[in-house]
Design a protein around this ligand. Structure first.
Ligand SMILES: [Zn+2]
Length: 267
């Protein structure tokens, strides 16, 4: 290639370049001013999207601006979000607990009745336990013919003595009542019955009989043939007949045989 031809080629290239470039500049009156204005316009327009840190701090630090949230705000929001999650978890747990409690309440009748039954059973057993003295009484149990009066046993069956002597603390007529040890029918009732003095005997209808001697004069409450209930007052302790002190001479027979009242009656 010759130098002249090489220069021509360079000119042509430059002309091509200028031909492309010059129309762009031709659109503006002053390429230099236009270039400055263009630069300014670009900076001005881009400032809306690319603000400086100073603009962010002064104009956009609001809680509603996502781009303005600081690290503290983000951590605060994150804490609030976690708190909300915890609240939902707690609510779920409360609902679950409530559901479980409701389930227990619904199941309570089924579980409660067997559980309450053992509890009521002792109570029911205890309740009859109190009237028990009356219930066994009808079945054959005995009561103390002197009730709660004070006494002591001075003598019992043996050596020709066919009963037990219950010496009362009170030694006055008509002060200590005598009660039928068990329900039955009066088979003996007299003011003078052998050495027993004023005496009553009762057939209890179950093969047993009881006899009450030395009662106070005229204190008998029932006559032969009368039906008595257990605990019914039939007279008063006295010292009639062959007696030296106020006491109840009580005899017990089972199928006609003498039995010691002590150990067989609650005396
Ligand atoms: Zn006696």
């Amino acid at each position: 290639m010759t130098p002249a031809r090489g220069l021509g080629t360079m000119v042509a290239v430059c002309a091509l370049v200028a031909g492309v470039a010059i129309p762009a500049y031709a659109a503006t009156q002053t390429p230099a001013a236009n270039a400055e204005a263009s630069t300014w316009d670009e900076a001005s327009s881009e400032s809306q999207a690319f603000s400086s840190s100073g603009d962010l701090a002064s104009a956009d630090l609001t809680s509603t601006s996502y781009s303005a949230r600081t690290a503290d705000e983000i951590s605060q929001i994150d804490a609030e979000r976690k708190a909300l999650v915890r609240a939902k978890e707690q609510q779920a747990q409360q609902e679950e607990a409530a559901a479980a409690q409701q389930a227990q309440q619904q199941a309570a009748p089924a579980q409660g009745s067997p559980a309450a039954a053992p509890q009521e059973a002792p109570a029911a057993a205890a309740a009859p336990a109190e009237p028990a003295p009356a219930a066994p009484a009808a079945n054959g149990s005995w009561i103390n013919p002197l009730g709660g009066a004070g006494y002591y046993i001075s003598r019992s069956v043996g050596s020709g003595h066919e009963g037990s002597d219950m010496v009362t603390t009170s030694q006055a007529d008509y002060t200590v009542p005598i009660y039928a040890a068990k329900a039955g029918t009066v088979i003996t009732s007299g003011e003078v019955v052998g050495g027993w003095g004023n005496t009553i005997a009762i057939d209890h209808g179950d093969g047993t009989t009881t006899l009450y001697g030395h009662m106070s004069p005229g204190s008998r409450q029932v006559e032969v043939g009368a039906t008595v209930t257990q605990g019914q007052m039939i007279g008063y302790v006295g010292s009639t007949g062959r007696s030296t002190a106020h006491h109840l001479h009580i005899e017990l027979r089972i199928n006609g045989a003498i039995v010691d009242p002590v150990g067989n009656l609650p005396i």
